[in-house]
Design a protein around this ligand. Sequence first.
Ligand SMILES: [Zn+2]
Length: 428
Amino acid sequence: MGLLLKNGRLLNLKTGELEARELRIEGEIIAEVAERIDAAGHEVIDLNGNVILPGFLDMHVHLREPGFAAKETIETGTAAAARGGFTTVACMPNTRPVIDSPELIRYVYETTAKEGSCTVLPYGAITKGELGEELTDIAALKAAGALGITDDGVGVQSSSLMREAMRVAAALDLPVVIHSEDEDLAKDGCMNEGVVSKRLGLPGIPGLAESAMIARDILLAEDTGAHLHVCHISDAASVELVRWAKSRGLKVTTEVTPHHLLLTEEIIDRTDGRDANMKVNPPLRSEKDRLACLQGLLDGTIDMVATDHAPHTEEEKQRPFATAPFGFIGLEIAFPLLYTELVQQGTLPLHELVQKFTVNPANVFKIDRGSLEAGKVADLTVVDLEEEREIAAAELKTKGRNTPFLGKKVKGWSVLTINQGRITYQNH
Ligand SMILES: [Zn+2]
């Protein structure tokens, strides 16, 4: 007996048209997509005219496991992913211990198989313990199933070590995923360096701490032939550098978060720097930077949206701004936020936004996902584009509550998510 999705509209990702289609799933696979499918012998779900999209991919999440179960676990983080329409997430290795060995890569796969609500692809660390001193066994990480290598959270300060990592990764055809931050420039900053940080008397992180490191790594990527993927781009000069790298034909790709597309340091100013739920790294920057990120997303310089979902406990986020940890949650609200703020406002069409959640990350990371044709793995989400609902703390599946978007009313919520043929989220 298969699963038959009736009364749905399938979004054509090339033309943007919504086409009335029925979709039949057998096991893990999409068996049939047609205007009409005989329901006899199948379990039927009525989609009430809602829109069927390929399941989303998020190439940047912190599931916090192993080591930080108070913040999040693979179980809660992937439940949040499913509620947000995601069927594949790539998780960062800055856990405790750091995911820097084949055993820990396997641990993530095994735990996901038992407790997960979506496909999880772990990154392995570039350096042992993310200490920036000694390379991991990158070939062994790849053999165990690492999607790429990254020292997200800190970055690799040593240029010679990064060059060597890129040489190894290039030979293995493994992406090098960079948290770009020059620690000597960033120092102990806690927000964007600029007029707001000066007014509030808080130490600033200059945009230069990001862009200077991206410039270095683009040149190292050209030198080594590595695929460089720049995480959470946030600064106007950074976007310009990636545009330049692409124009030279280099294998350089990047992602942007919803918060860097929608918010600026202004919200920290408005609350006088008293609310660490507005503290994130890279920091919310100026309006000029925000517009540069938006332009980069529109013109294709920025390939995809990624959430940088980074849950923390409420106790941690109640600390003073300067000492609270960086990070926002994002999995459950990324698509509704950008649908509401970009598609409904006419900034970009629905199918282009969906590409940045689906085919684009799939293509960049060579993952066979992002399309809804017969014969493909049944990873999909069904979204209601009409009903407006508030982002409510009580409804979140993640353990984190750390987002400046609580209370905001948005549309575009997922009502059903299916991962490998299995229902992972359903809102009755
Ligand atoms: Zn990062």
